[in-house]
Design a protein around this ligand. Structure first.
Ligand SMILES: *Cc1c(COP(=O)(O)O)cnc(C)c1O
Length: 421
């Protein structure tokens, strides 16, 4: 049998990753660390990696049930979702999107999707692919959702076709964060019975969120962003109104069905074998968040995002790059999308930053592909990782002769001022 060359060694021959590969005889070692500043997947803390580095249990082991229960309790606490149920899936965020569509929306009925960028549009397209109608509130590039437009669209639904409003809290592509309280108020003002469904995949564990205060009916999350895990675990928190709508929905469904997942037995909760190591990791990551204190976690994200914004505000003075999000209070604490003027290539910036300066940033998505790059600043980040990222990216910009002001120095000043006693 021929073994493909990449399987001949347990380590890929040309992909240096971290000092851990030193001595493997395969990868060239990079000294120090490569900083990961993608807004997902985000860096995985050592505590989470070691929690996952454990042997599987037999499916009847009561310790497995305890881990699943700890994850459920922890997620509901983090979401501030008392009285809700949480259903977890061995899936990425798109799986939780599909679960929500399958359970809440009968074919022929509609959802309202206010445009936030690439992610709201991807969710809308997935909804249409499953034979449900989508009413769009048009995306305004660089701006958050206009709550008045949401209210108007709901008032215009005189036939009562719309079952739910699908809202993306932070659109990871545009780096715009939306005012969820204003959207709740718009649904209330329209007097429309639509359910409020919120995607917090990119904001949970970074920006404040309370399912209770918002009276949100469903919240959707995934593991690989603020929760600091690999991709592969997604969840929905479901309130009583949404449970009732799901129960009355006749759509055929099996794997995604919330009714099947209401069960004390782990094997049935997951509609099959639970992804044990992901759950071990989630238990550890929730413990990290609660030990630091959720308030402190959110304050850290705000402070680090402030440093990134301070840097971009100075870089943009050179005239070649700019914030994609035009409204400062709507700039996300998780990620910053940076538009690049014609003539400068964001992929060249990213590739030089990664390969030469050991800073891995993300690219532009959807309509921003080739026109922007993104700096992720959520999850397991601190002052040093943020300053390292800004320094490396600025070095790449200068190496490519893209005119920018001294932004990294501005970030140092902002962090120093934030700490002044
Ligand atoms: C990343 C992301 C998703 C999709 O998650 P996948 O795990 O990549 O399927 C959905 N919504 C938002 C806002 C995201 O940032």
């Amino acid at each position: 049998m021929n073994v493909p060359p990449s399987f001949a060694s347990p380590f890929a021959p040309t992909a240096p990753t971290s000092p851990a590969t030193a001595g493997s005889g395969a990868a060239a070692r990079i000294p120090g660390q490569r900083l990961l500043h993608s807004p997902g997947p985000t860096p995985i803390p050592d505590e989470v990696l070691s929690a996952m580095h454990r042997q599987s249990m037999d499916l009847a082991d009561p310790r497995l049930d305890r881990i699943i229960e700890a994850c459920e309790t922890g997620l509901l606490a983090l979401l501030d979702a008392p009285g809700c149920d949480v259903y977890q899936y061995a899936a990425n965020g798109h799986g939780a999107w599909e679960a929500t569509i399958a359970n809440l929306v009968a074919p022929g009925r509609a959802v309202l999707v206010p445009g936030t960028g690439h992610f709201s549009e991807s969710w809308a397209i997935q909804t249409e692919a499953l034979d449900r109608k989508v009413v769009r509130v048009p995306w305004r590039p660089g701006y958050p959702i206009d709550p008045q437009a949401v209210e108007d669209a709901l008032r215009a639904d005189t036939a009562g076709e719309i079952s739910a409003v699908f809202v993306v809290h932070t659109d990871t592509a545009s780096s715009v964060s939306n005012d969820l309280g204003a959207i709740r108020a718009a649904i209330d003002a329209a007097g429309h019975p639509a359910l409020m469904v919120v995607d917090v995949v990119a904001s949970l564990g970074a920006a404040p969120y309370s399912m209770r205060a918002l009276r949100a009916d469903v919240t959707i999350g995934a593991s690989q962003k603020g929760l600091m895990l690999p991709a592969g675990l997604a969840f929905v928190a479901v309130g009583p109104r949404a449970e009732a709508v799901a129960r009355a929905n006749p759509t055929p469904r099996f794997y995604w069905d919330w009714r099947r997942r209401r069960d004390a037995i782990g094997y049935r909760k997951f509609c099959g074998t639970p992804p044990q190591q992901m759950l071990m990791g989630l238990e550890a990551s929730l413990a990290l968040l609660f030990r630091e204190g959720v308030g402190q976690v959110l304050a850290r994200h705000a402070r680090l995002a402030g440093a990134v914004h301070a840097a971009v505000a100075v870089w943009r003075e050179g005239g070649a790059i700019d914030f994609f999000c035009k409204v400062p209070p709507a700039r996300s604490v998780s990620v910053t999308t940076i538009s690049v003027a014609e003539g400068a290539d964001p992929e060249a910036i990213r590739s030089l930053a990664r390969e030469r300066f050991q800073v891995a940033a993300a690219g532009g998505l959807g309509p921003l592909a080739g026109k922007a790059f993104r700096i992720g600043h959520l999850g397991d980040q601190n002052e040093a990782t943020i300053l390292g990222a800004l320094g490396g990216i600025e070095a790449a910009l200068r190496a490519l002769r893209i005119p920018v002001g001294p932004g990294a120095a501005a970030a140092v000043a902002a962090l120093g001022a934030a700490q002044r006693t």
